[in-house]
Design a protein around this ligand. Sequence first.
Ligand code: CUV
Ligand code: SF4
Length: 636
Amino acid sequence: MSKMKNTIDPAVNYLLPLAKKAGVETVWDRFAVMKPQCGFGELGVCCRICWKGPCRIDPFGNGPQRGVCGADAHTIVARNLARMMAAGAASHSDHGRHIALTLLEVGEGHAPAYRIKDEQKLRNIAEKLNLAPAGKDIRQIAKEVAQASLDDYSRQKRSIPCNWAKVTMTAERVEKLVDLEVMPHNIDAVIAEIMARTHVGCDADAANILLGGLKGALADYTGMCLSTELSDVLFGTPEPVVTQANLGVLKEDAVNIAVHGHNPLLSEIICDVALKMNEEAKKAGAKDGINIVGICCTGNEVMMRRGIPLATNYLSQEMAIVTGAVDAMVVDVQCIMPALTSVAECFHTEVITTMPVNKITGATHIEFREESAVESARKIVEVAIEAFKRRDKRKVNIPDYKQTAIAGFSAEAILAALSKLDAKDPLKPLIDNIVNGNIQGIALFAGCNNPKAIQDNNFITIAKELAKNNVLMLATGCGAGTFAKTGLMTQEATEAYAGESLKAVLTAIGKAAGLNGPLPLVLHMGSCVDNSRAVNVAVAIANKLGVDLDKLPLVASAPEFMSEKAVAIGTWAVTLGIPTHIGIVPQIMGSPVVAEFLTEKAKELLGGYFIVETDPEQAAAKLVAAIKERRKGLGI
Ligand code: CUV
Ligand code: SF4
């Protein structure tokens, strides 16, 4: 029997046999023995919401068609899906809350490890939120912006939309979403409402449950916008930076610290502190001092702002430890495999958890608190240096694979580059090129990896096809990780893969912006919460053209997604009017009503819709077709 390839990442393919030899079990081993996965679960028709269950609906119509309480497949599928959106929203917005609370602390003069790094951005945000910042002290502005953000977690008046949702969309979209009653007024309340309405014996109408889910997805969006923007205030707005990606960024003669998870509050301080502890690392025998590398979205955050190299993306996080060269893997929240500590048992690596809500059995817990951030970071670096002393040289296998990656494309950075072509009207060159067809459309790649797909393969296959078709590409999350690792965030990739007219535009912008050549083929916009950056760009274009988002030749794709957060992101993309491809079969197919709602009804209602396609070539064709349809609608 021929075995399906697991990944196209050469570093991982180099390490997998070594993992096997060392007796290390990986995500792919566990996936293989999990198969065949439960058919009821795959279809979404298994309900465990109450203890009269578990109940499952027979998809072939021979067995039970209702759960013990009478819930049918549609109710069950819709409830399961809405709860995933709530969980996604909870994750992103909890992250946002941490950032907002930290900004409040800074405004009040506490949290000494933090400061306002980008004052202009803070003023711009205050302006946007109608807080009349002119003449106010910067700390006062910080307090007011933090408070306006925290209001999005506490407002009780249902008729008033969340600040951040309202000011970041087109006016037309806001109106539409208010009319549909899916505009969130309070992130936490919306999440709670989804949990309440999906309790046994509540909302049983699939469409109504899904509308509740959309509101949850927009709560996710709201939390994400404020996370991104306030992080820029505290840590700086990203600007283009040249760095590297893939496991070859680990260094044999350095104390290697991998920062992994999502929240930049700790990783930023670790970077600051590590710079000052290089001498201590050298004293311990690490000639090259301390080498910080990133994994997943924490990795994207520090890559965007500091050019810290990215070691790998989600699916291969265990492989970082298998190199035998990671001295500490410091994790905060989300997408951290509980398997890490078992892998680390075979090596000297310290897995260090840092959040009170995120402990892993077998890990070392060093609790992180904003008010004593520097001390926690110091302790963590010390533990890493100690671990380095225990590193077994014979077990070190750093794959010789790394690629150049240009990251740091915030909306501001893109506008700055464009302004070199037209200082008065920076969007004009971009819009002109979309209208004349040199750029056919814009695609945003987002989301995770999933062992149900060959790691990175869907991303790469689709991107190369879209490049040929002159589609401008943006990426976030582990998708951005894929493109960074495979060299598609380089100028050479533009030369090699972009269609002629796209290449000409990227070259004109790149040269004007002072790069010695084109912009990279795929623009790295950051972590998952940074998907809001892509919305910023899209909304600016829509406003300029005087149309809503559902008219733009704009698509999104999460070809290898897995997390509940990705479910929430994909859903808000659809809710904002964007055709959104997913490359993994969603766990909803047991209900034709739900499937139809998300792929067809959504299009009528919102303009955006889901495209489900597991074949990457077919997916690319469908995305190009969606872009063409939009162009036709605009008459361009
Ligand atoms: Ni938030 S959510 S695997 S790290 S993109 Fe990466 Fe990004 Fe998915 Fe997780
Ligand atoms: Fe079964 Fe209904 Fe309970 Fe779900 S809520 S487990 S369908 S009885």
